[in-house]
Design a protein around this ligand. Structure first.
Ligand code: UDX
Length: 448
């Protein structure tokens, strides 16, 4: 059993803390957000993540998972002084795509002034290459008296909506440090997972995270570019992706064409990597193209809606607000299924563009309604897909929730004013949709 502290109980910190507790460790979670900590003490999850509530409850009940707002209690508890401190706070996007490190800095400073014994400080937050050294400098300079510590970079690769499974079954664990001994000690925490382990230096570990996310984002933009070409040439991108994916060198994962990537990681990380490269005088052309293609994927959905909804409406041609008087329903508001996270949500962006074109918007999401409600203005939030369909001139599929794959499409069609569906997630079969009487457009689904 080890004594672990996790700072920040968000999408990264909480699944990891509950996971380490489940291996029998004692894990203290610290967050400055008093409401979050009070909620967690009462069993209220601050985020929606499948399996997390059960895992958290089980380990709280066993006394292995403890929540506090006090660094002093967490780090220097008399019975169980911490050996490991994980920093898992947010690194939002700052100016020019540069990561905003104010929370990491605040945590490093507080650790420095609070610690009363040697510690291993592990950075989980996605931070620019070189931040590990910077954290070391902060801790060293803020300590009232010198106490030994080591900094290890341990980038996280958890996907939202699958964070618990990803923690339990990682493809690899990456550890970077100038202190090999400290990295080996952190490796011990992960032994129960039997995952491949990469131990390297700090900067390389930090770079592995950025390079991995940038590569996956590149795969997505690549297939969206192919989708675009498929539309022009009459091929079906879903089958193209399947055909490519059998090649082991390529792989099928992350070849789903659609709205492009959203969420808290890819948009921010690709931008940050590009920014780091620019600062060093490099010209990251591929990353720039990846970002441009990603932005276009959202715009292309809006064009499809406009073209189909206004196709037989001569009054609107040449007008600026072509969608004025039209009701568009958006099914799915989260940036992907199985999460209520609205950060960089593609459907939200699309809603704003449709509104700018004069459309009246109705929206529904199975889980993200509460978060979406805070973000969206002048949108009618509906109870379900059928209420949303009522009176719609078109529906946009924004998120690939399972619930939308099994809709009663006949019922949906009856409720709509015009049976137009623009499917940003390629959930349906174009031929079947046409047979049902819909005007249907997916992404890259070969109509010429
Ligand atoms: C990602 C990384 O996968 C994870 O390793 C890292 O730790 C954090 O960033 P996440 O943002 O939770 O995880 O979601 P992910 O499942 O990777 O999807 C990201 C975005 O890409 C979503 O908007 C998704 O809809 C989109 N996507 C994904 C596609 O458009 N096509 C695909 O084929 C796959």
């Amino acid at each position: 059993m080890k004594n672990i502290v996790v700072i920040g109980v968000g999408y990264v910190g909480l699944p990891m803390a509950a996971g380490f507790a489940d291996f029998g460790n004692r894990v203290m979670c610290v967050d400055v957000n008093e409401d979050r900590i009070a909620g967690l003490k009462n069993g209220i999850m601050p985020i929606y993540e499948p399996g997390l509530e059960e895992l958290t409850r089980r380990n709280v009940a066993a006394g292995r998972l403890i929540f506090t707002t006090s660094y002093e209690d967490a780090l220097n508890g008399k019975d169980a002084p911490a050996e490991y401190v994980f920093i898992a706070v947010g690194t939002p996007e700052g100016v020019d795509g540069e990561a905003d490190l104010r929370y990491v800095r605040a945590v490093a400073e507080t650790i420095a002034v609070t610690m009363d014994h040697p510690l291993i400080i592990i950075n989980k937050s996605t931070v620019p290459v070189g931040t590990g050294d910077w954290v070391s400098d902060i801790v060293r300079s803020k300590q009232p008296k010198p106490i030994p510590f080591s900094v290890v970079s341990n980038p996280e690769f958890l996907r939202e909506g699958a964070a618990v499974t990803d923690f339990m079954y990682p493809d690899r664990v990456v550890l970077g440090s100038l202190d090999e001994n400290a990295a080996q000690k952190v490796a011990q925490l992960y032994l129960p997972l039997r995952a491949p382990l990469i131990i390297t230096d700090l900067r390389t570990a930090e770079m592995i995270k950025y390079a991995s996310n940038a590569f996956l984002a590149t795969k997505i933009s690549f297939i969206n570019e192919i989708a675009n070409i498929c539309e022009a040439l009459g091929a079906d991108v879903k089958e193209v992706a399947a055909g490519m994916g059998y090649d082991k060198r390529i792989g099928r994962a992350f070849l789903d064409a659609g709205l492009g990537y959203g969420g808290s990681c890819f948009p921010k990380d690709v931008k940050a990597l590009s920014h780091m490269a620019n600062i060093q005088g490099k010209h990251p052309q591929l990353l720039e193209a990846v970002m441009q293609i990603n932005a276009d994927a959202r715009r292309s959905i809006v064009s499809k809606v406009r073209d189909l909804v206004c196709a037989n409406d001569k009054r609107t041609s040449g007008r600026l607000n072509r969608l004025e008087g039209k009701v568009i329903g958006v099914l799915g508001l989260a940036f992907k299924a199985n999460t209520d996270d609205m950060r960089e949500s593609q459907p939200v962006d699309i809603i704003r563009m449709l509104q700018a074109d004069g459309a009246t918007i109705k929206a529904y999401d199975p889980v993200a309604m509460e978060n979406a409600g805070r973000l969206l203005k002048n949108v009618t939030l509906c109870e379900d897909s059928y209420e949303l369909a009522d009176g719609c001139d078109a529906i946009v599929i924004g998120t690939e929730w399972n619930e939308f794959k099994n809709l009663d499409l006949v019922k949906l069609k009856k409720a709509m004013r015009h049976p137009i569906i623009v499917d940003g997630r390629n959930l349906y079969d174009p031929t079947k949709m046409r047979e049902l009487g819909f005007t249907y457009r997916g992404v890259g689904r070969g109509y010429v």
